[in-house]
Design a binder for this molecule. Structure first.
Ligand SMILES: Nc1ncnc2c1ncn2[C@@H]1O[C@H](COP(=O)(O)OP(=O)(O)OP(=O)(O)O)[C@@H](O)[C@H]1O
Ligand SMILES: O=P(O)(O)OC[C@H]1O[C@H](OP(=O)(O)OP(=O)(O)O)[C@H](O)[C@@H]1O
Length: 226
């Protein structure tokens, strides 16, 4: 697929925007772009769609894959979670915080475990956010073993796979249901963000995109769908 498909030759090049195709951030990301005047087909129809009027193309991708696609130059900007950007290890610039998909990444332990992560030398920590967790442990000076999982992390302690977990906490209900308690400082405080590579962050088109989205963000207590 060429980067100019759907747009008249000689006009402004396509601005490619990556958006989660499913998961927590998908619905609000699509709503925000629609509210900002973009006209894209929904992800359930096809995973790419052009808006010739705005010389833009949307690529629907997994939220976790979006940072690498931006860093690799395949898309110009994207909406994903700040925690997923940090976990990708790619240096991206936040053009705009978007305020939905708020979460905190926390360590959590069962009763009887020392609550200070700095004492966890040799412990096993299950997580889907391995880079973020390794970096945080290194900052704390802890030599613990990170056990990679792609989800369902809270079962790891019960299953004997790990001694603690590092996971996304929203309401806290999932941790409580598994007899786990959040401990230590947050690894990161996250929300959805519009991101791009640093050297393109100041470009006119990306600044215009950020401005358009900023105008359409909910204000005060008004929230997007959860
Ligand atoms: N309750 C929540 N559960 C999961 N992710 C959340 C929650 N609240 C906010 N988020 C944020 O949503 C992003 C995760 O979205 P992603 O699509 O990768 O996972 P997901 O919503 O759990 O879907 P999947 O089931 O496909 O893993 C992260 O930035 C995370 O911080
Ligand atoms: O604090 P809470 O409001 O309970 O939400 C946090 C939970 O939701 C997410 O899991 P998800 O349902 O996306 O499943 P997953 O663990 O398989 O990603 C996240 O990984 C936590 O487990």
């Amino acid at each position: 697929m060429s980067r100019t498909a759907g747009v008249t030759p000689g006009t402004t090049p396509l601005l490619r925007i990556a958006v989660p195709n499913k998961g927590t951030l998908a619905a609000n990301s699509a709503r925000l772009l629609a509210a900002a005047g973009f006209s894209f087909a929904p992800a359930r129809e096809r995973l790419f769609s052009a808006d010739p009027i705005r010389s833009a193309e949307i690529l629907y991708l997994r939220a976790r894959d979006i940072p690498a696609m931006i860093a690799g130059g395949y898309v110009d900007a994207g909406i994903t979670g700040r925690d997923l950007v940090a976990d990708s290890g790619h240096e991206l610039r936040e053009l705009l915080p978007l305020g939905f998909g708020r979460s905190v990444v926390r360590f959590a332990v069962p009763p009887g475990t020392d609550e200070d992560p700095r004492t966890w030398h040799g412990k096993r920590i299950a997580t889907a956010l391995t880079t973020l967790t390794r970096r945080h442990l290194a900052k704390l000076g802890v030599r613990a073993r990170v056990v990679p999982m792609s989800g369902a992390v809270e079962v790891a302690v019960h299953a004997g796979i790990a001694d603690a977990v590092a996971d996304v906490v929203d309401s806290g209900r999932t941790l409580a249901a598994h007899g786990l308690r959040a401990v230590g400082a947050p690894l990161i405080v996250s929300e959805s963000v519009l991101v791009a590579v640093p050297h393109r962050a100041g470009s006119v088109r990306l600044r215009n995109l950020a401005d358009r989205l900023a105008e359409r963000l909910p204000v005060g207590d008004t929230v997007f769908v959860r």
